[in-house]
Design a protein around this ligand. Structure first.
Ligand SMILES: [Zn+2]
Length: 340
């Protein structure tokens, strides 16, 4: 087997994937009021975004108009997971921004029920697991974020739908240290705690997520590389960074793939995974991100296999399933020579 085939066939995971950034383009064209005039590939593909505003503009103009009804939300959830399952992605810790889907008047519960229906259909069809995470936006006051969390947790936690939280959107709006109350509430329910940090915010926002919010899984963490003390703390604490190289390049967080700090983190002993973030926005998918490790970032086959296994070790899958996926990854890479 060659390296490209091994990457395609190996079991994969997604520890950093936004539901709203994983819609299928053909479906966007079908459902959007202006879809008939849209090109076969998304018009933004291949170009860096004009900053964070250019990035969020795509969500507003192209994606928001194609959600907001239960049938459409269910369809997007099924299709996003189908697209992942067809890459042999076995587990996705799917981040859901319920507000994005509620603009036509759906309640939080109606949004979540629709996501769960699509998720469960995908699991029945492909066996893909997708524990759901509540995406909390920073463009609200921390007290409001806590109220929304309690509203959703009241129905989603007893049902077993809510497995964790993540704080997302522009870190410059509000820092992680303002949300310690939210994290205390989530921790009290035994949820997995994640936070975006070190993307538009600096290394101090990564440190605060860990030390003040109790987070062990950082979405990105890229800019932690600017402070060796923060990096050493991540390594010491066994904190995971769920990195997304294409996303970092196209949003200007990392000037190039060659200068991305993934290798520096691994050398420093930080546990890392590789993920797609928003595949539709960044013109990527899980397989492509792993391919880039080989073709653009200088990673050897054994290093790529280790990163793929990390994606399972960081996940909520039961230990026996993690072991099985790791064995399958080893089998896919057996016989592929690594350079000395
Ligand atoms: Zn993200």
């Amino acid at each position: 087997m060659d390296l490209d085939t091994a990457i395609r066939q190996m079991p994969k995971s997604e520890m950093h994937l936004h539901f709203e950034g994983a819609f299928r383009w053909s479906t966007v064209r079908e459902l959007h009021p202006d879809g008939r005039g849209m090109p076969a590939t998304p018009p933004w593909t291949g170009r860096p975004f004009a900053g964070w505003d250019g990035f969020t503009q795509v969500f507003r103009d192209f994606l928001k108009p194609v959600t907001g009804t239960p049938a459409w939300i269910e369809r997007h959830a099924f299709e996003a997971l189908e697209d992942l399952a067809l890459q042999n992605v076995r587990v996705v810790e799917l981040l859901v921004s319920h507000r994005f889907h509620a603009w036509r008047g759906l309640s939080e519960q109606e949004v979540w029920e629709a996501v769960v229906r699509g998720r469960d259909r995908a699991r029945a069809a492909y066996g893909i697991e997708a524990p759901l995470f509540l995406g909390v936006s920073r463009d609200q006051l921390p007290a409001d974020a806590e109220r929304v969390f309690e509203t959703i947790a009241a129905f989603a936690h007893p049902a077993g739908w809510l497995r964790g939280i993540d704080l997302q959107s522009d870190e410059r709006a509000r820092a992680n240290r303002e949300f310690t109350g939210l994290y205390a509430k989530a921790a009290a329910l035994g949820l997995k705690l994640r936070a975006h940090a070190g993307e538009l915010g600096g290394p101090e926002n990564v440190r605060d997520a860990v030390e003040l919010c109790g987070v062990r899984h950082i979405s990105h963490g890229t800019r932690a590389a600017e402070d060796p003390q923060v990096v050493a703390g991540l390594a010491r604490g066994g904190v995971w960074l769920h990195l997304c190289p294409s996303s970092n390049r196209l949003l200007g967080v990392s000037p190039s793939l060659a200068s991305h700090p993934l290798r520096a983190f691994l050398s420093a002993g930080v546990r890392c995974t590789v993920n797609a973030d928003d595949p539709l926005l960044f013109g990527t998918d899980t397989t492509s991100e792993f391919r880039l490790l080989a073709t653009r970032m200088g990673f050897a086959p054994a290093e790529i296999a280790a990163l793929a296994k990390n994606g399972f070790l960081a996940s909520l899958l039961p230990p026996a399933e993690i072991d099985r996926a790791c064995r399958e990854i080893d089998a896919a890479f057996a016989g592929i020579p690594s350079p000395p």
